[in-house]
Design a protein around this ligand. Structure first.
Ligand code: ADP
Ligand code: MN
Ligand code: MN
Ligand code: MN
Ligand code: MN
Length: 341
């Protein structure tokens, strides 16, 4: 009933959100402002204790957060806002954990090519003991098969979280495209896109924040670990679908193949950029390959795009815990800017 209390019209709650020193986890804290921000630039730069987030030493601990994107707040409602931020050192230099800054510079350079992305974010729901949610505590569910896109209480675990997250994304105007239950029980996927340029990273990070925050209300933990359960259980990825204006036009297949060839020549560098541990989470992918409708290859050309002769390509290599700023920056550097190494 506290959230139903009337809120003074001139008091707006802003929750500042940033990526911490792990490159995977999000942090957030709130402040009151006396206006409804229309642009992130209207909001004050703020700071936090970087010695508690793996981003600074104790003796010089202030890290600055600069608002860069605004979203409606589905938890507090009204005029309250979620504020995605970039991190900077106190001297104004880009913080080493800030992957958005260089991504944005690259996206500005290629904006005439209108790069679009769509990311398929896989994840696992866990109990607070970090055991997969809904699994028996002293054993395992039956083998994989019935769970992917399943329905029924013995097939999927945690749909309440998925539904709440989907609606929270729509409310916040995060460009969520869909969801589905995945191959391992308690594993799910949501898709964000198509998003142009820097919006891909912004919307995916916000969607991740919303998922953690929604699941918190259910007492459930979200894991973006690419291999949450050892053994014969599905890993998790973040397939990144990609197109430029030229790929989406009639005859775009030629441009798609050229892009794939450039990606193939720079495979090792992409793998290093596709997880937060410099490729360590992605060791299993050592050889580059591509194919139409081929789900075992590094790059897949969707069947429909092959039939139509234009569309988009799917880079299946990014790990579920990737930084989408690093992934999209790398794809554009290789395919649009022609960088080799
Ligand atoms: P899959 O068949 O691999 O499971 P999904 O349906 O889960 O694919 O996800 C497809 C993703 O591709 C979505 O995020 C969607 O927004 C994105 N997408 C669709 N068209 C384009 C395009 N032209 N360029 C980039 N991304 C696109
Ligand atoms: Mn304090
Ligand atoms: Mn998918
Ligand atoms: Mn999937
Ligand atoms: Mn896919």
């Amino acid at each position: 009933r506290y959230l139903a209390l009337p809120q003074p019209a001139d008091k707006v709650q802003c929750m500042y959100i940033w990526i911490d020193g792990s490159g995977e986890n999000l942090r957030a804290k709130s402040r009151t402002v006396d206006f409804t921000p229309k642009s992130p630039k209207e909001l004050p730069i703020w700071n936090f204790d970087g010695s508690s987030t793996g981003q600074a030493e104790g003796h010089n601990s202030d890290v600055m957060i600069h608002p860069v994107a605004l979203f409606k707040d589905p938890f507090r409602g009204g005029n309250n806002r979620l504020v995605l931020c970039e991190t900077y050192s106190h001297d104004g230099t880009v913080h080493r954990t800030n992957k958005r800054h260089s991504c944005n510079e690259v996206m500005q350079k290629v904006k005439d090519q209108h790069p679009w992305f769509g990311i398929e974010q896989e994840y696992t729901l866990q109990d607070t003991d970090l055991h997969p949610f809904g699994w028996p505590k002293n054993g395992f569910p039956g083998p994989q098969g019935p769970y992917y896109t399943g329905v029924g209480a013995n097939k999927v675990y945690g749909r309440d979280v998925v539904e709440a997250h989907y609606r929270a994304c729509l409310y916040s105007e995060v460009k969520i495209a869909g969801e589905n239950a995945e191959v391992m029980p308690a594993q799910w996927e949501f898709q964000v896109g198509p998003c142009e340029g820097i919006d891909m990273g912004d919307h995916l990070w916000l969607a991740r924040f919303l998922l953690h925050r929604v699941a918190e209300d259910f007492g459930i933990v979200v894991s973006f670990d690419p291999k949450p359960m050892p053994g014969d259980w599905n890993g998790a990825g973040a397939h990144t679908n990609y197109s430029t204006g030229a790929m989406r036009q009639p005859g775009g297949m030629k441009v798609m193949i050229e892009a794939i060839e450039k990606l193939g020549k720079r495979h090792a560098s992409h793998i290093r950029a596709y997880d937060p541990h410099g490729g360590a989470d992605n060791k299993r992918i050592d050889k580059f390959s591509y194919g139409v409708a081929h789900r075992g290859s590094s790059i897949r050309i969707p069947r429909q795009c092959s039939d139509e002769g234009c569309g988009y390509i799917e880079d299946r290599r990014p790990a579920s815990n990737c930084d989408p700023y690093s992934v999209t920056e790398m794809i554009v550097r290789t395919t649009c800017l022609g960088e080799t190494d």
